[in-house]
Write a protein that binds this ligand. Structure first.
Ligand code: SF4
Length: 614
């Protein structure tokens, strides 16, 4: 019996650690030149629902001299059992220890998984601090939406991949082939200086950060010639064909269905939304690409449900036609459409889906009052919200789920009260429709100001302010037929500190992990006291990062990361927000000159049309 066999029976859901799933690829270890572990710092069920992982897995494994294997964060029971048994963290495909790989690439999509990165490295027997690793250790790299502010993880990661990964990973491989060709002894330092010249690669050890007496950053300076002053996000101008043979989980994943990304990017310009900025511009896959991809996905994986993914599905051109065509071609398939616009045409669209269940429809007004919806540039009119609800109830839905955010910039008590009033009106519409008993579920999240958004300078509400607002909604909505769920504000406070943190935050993350913090996004594991202690012992204050309003001229920790959208556009949007002015969606309206017109052919064309018209 191997070490692994002897501990699997002691842990929950052992299938998280067994591998061998349908479509997983096991290459010959000894005959494959470059070995990459794709690491997801959260549970298997969550990581297996991630969209980027299958793309990289497919792309890397398509190279004959490369093998890419997966590894997820073991839950606490497994991590304890592994430590006790002296079993180092291993990949799912070949069950090789992670330290035998050339590269371990982490996908960072949520700041509260940072301590899991450290825990995974430690479980693998790899020093967590980049400065403590030598040439015998694998390169530790990271990509994903969080790395648009890479600084909090700068102490642990050798280099970051900024933006779309599809093209840049192949460019990286060329450097690795050459590096490995020179023998394992070739110094890592040399490789880091070389990869720093690839657009989109950020090597934090090649930059020096200086702080002023007030704790604010004074300068971020490259210390070698190879390091660029600004690292520009990689953008693939045309989306490559979708992955149609992903690994199929044996246990239920969070999104237990196939997925085809029908478009990337969103042009709506909601001011709180980081994804709306960091995935610009909009790139669509044609119907001709999507239709066969869905069929292949079903044939290769046996799915009976496929999700058409996009940040704003209603905006995809000809979505109704696509759904129609898919329903004809695959009559037994259930289609799901996330992220729908709040309007009656979305209800009609969902109603047209084959095999749909009429249990629940989800919409995100985000703010209760029209004033605040204008501030955040998600200007759905109250009448539209009510009409959509009425149409949904009328067509037979009994359940509606509404998402709201608390703590948005300029929010007043009246705005919070408006959430209660709006939900109550929606609920009463359900009561009058066909004598049914409606269920309105309200999900409250806390606004977290994110880097590279027009709200990147604003202060987050304090815990006391947030608690008072929560209380207002809780008391206001205490009635039959309305269910309220919310996220613990302390978790959002930590998320705000981590997402706008600078390099010094590395000490805090390191200390919190040493104190036992892992899986911080899980309420049963979240230990705020640990984090407060870690901040104090590091001589830092979480409020400095979360609750401090920055001046528009402050040098922000992510100032050297270029996302394509300019700071002047973000400042303009910030000013317009405070004046309650809306900015139109640039998909159907003139270009708003966000900065991408400098790079992207489509945007450039639109920008030219605008300039000519003026
Ligand atoms: S450059 Fe213009 S068209 Fe392109 S994303 Fe920005 S605002 Fe929209």
């Amino acid at each position: 019996m191997t070490h692994l066999d002897s501990i699997l029976y002691q842990v929950n859901k052992p299938a998280r650690y067994t591998g061998n799933e349908w479509n997983s690829q096991v290459k010959d270890w000894d005959k494959t030149h470059i070995k990459i572990a794709l690491a997801y710092p959260d549970l298997y069920e969550i990581g297996m629902s991630n969209l980027a992982l299958p793309i990289l897995y497919d792309r890397l494994n398509s190279q004959p001299d490369v093998l890419a294997e997966r590894v997820f964060a073991p839950w606490v029971d497994m991590a304890d059992a592994m430590r006790k048994a002296g079993l180092p963290l291993f990949s799912l495909e070949s069950r090789r220890p992670l330290k035998d790989f050339d590269i371990i690439g982490f996908s960072l999509g949520y700041e509260l998984t940072y301590t899991n990165v450290l825990n995974m490295l430690d479980l693998a027997g790899i020093p967590v601090l980049a400065s403590a690793r030598d040439d015998s250790h694998p390169l530790i790299i990271a990509g994903g939406s969080c790395v648009l502010n890479p600084e909090p993880m700068a102490d642990f990661i050798d280099f970051f991949v900024i933006g779309d990964g599809e093209e840049v990973v192949l460019e990286l491989l060329n450097y690795l082939r050459e590096w490995k060709g020179r023998g394992q002894k070739a110094p890592k330092k040399q490789l880091l200086a070389q990869v720093a010249t690839i657009p989109g690669i950020y090597v934090p050890s090649l930059y020096q950060v200086e702080y002023g007496g007030d704790g604010v950053i004074k300068s971020i300076t490259p210390i070698v010639a190879e390091a660029a002053t600004t690292i520009e996000r990689r953008i693939v101008s045309r989306l490559p064909p979708p992955v149609t043979k992903p690994v199929v989980s044996y246990i239920e994943a969070v999104h237990d269905r196939g997925a085809v990304e029908i478009q990337r990017g969103c042009s709506r310009g909601c001011r709180f939304c980081q994804a709306g900025i960091i995935y610009r511009p909009v790139r669509e896959r044609t119907h001709e690409e999507v239709l066969p991809a869905v069929g292949e996905l079903v044939a290769n994986c046996g799915y009976d449900e496929v999700s058409l993914l996009s940040l704003s599905t209603s905006d995809y051109p000809g979505i109704g036609q696509l759904v129609n065509e898919l329903s004809h071609r695959y009559p037994n398939l259930t289609l799901s459409l996330p992220s729908l616009r709040l309007d009656s045409s979305s209800v009609a669209l969902v109603d047209s889906l084959p095999n749909r269940r009429k249990t629940g429809l989800t919409f995100a007004p985000e703010a209760g009052s029209q004033r605040l919806r204008s501030v955040i540039n998600k200007p759905t009119a109250e009448e539209e919200v009510l009409e959509t609800a009425a149409v949904a109830f009328d067509r037979g839905w009994t359940g509606l789920k509404l998402y709201f955010m608390l703590g948005l910039p300029t929010e007043t008590v009246d705005d919070v009260a408006a959430i209660v009033q709006l939900v109550a009106r929606v609920h009463s519409l359900g009561l009058t429709a066909k004598g049914r008993k409606p269920q309105v579920r309200v999900s409250l999240s806390t606004f977290v100001p994110k880097p590279h958004t027009p709200f990147q300078w604003v202060a987050q509400d304090s815990e006391e302010q947030l608690n008072a607002k929560h209380e207002l909604v809780r008391t206001g909505l205490r009635r039959r037929g309305i269910r309220l769920s919310w996220q613990e504000p302390k978790i959002s406070l930590l998320e705000a500190a981590a997402s706008r943190g600078d390099r010094r935050l590395g000490q805090v993350i390191h200390r919190a992990w040493q104190l036992g913090s892992t899986f911080d996004a899980w309420s049963e594991r979240f230990n705020y006291e640990n984090w407060l202690r870690a901040f104090t012992e590091s001589g830092l204050n979480p409020a400095f990062y979360a609750q401090r309003e920055r001046s528009l001229d402050e040098l922000l920790p992510w100032a050297h990361i270029g996302v394509g959208v300019t700071t002047s556009f973000l400042k303009r949007e910030n000013r317009r927000a405070l004046q309650g002015e809306e900015t139109p969606d640039c998909r159907h309206q003139p270009c708003n000159v966000c900065g991408l017109e400098r790079w992207q052919p489509d945007c450039r064309q639109k920008y030219r049309q605008l300039s000519q018209a003026q």
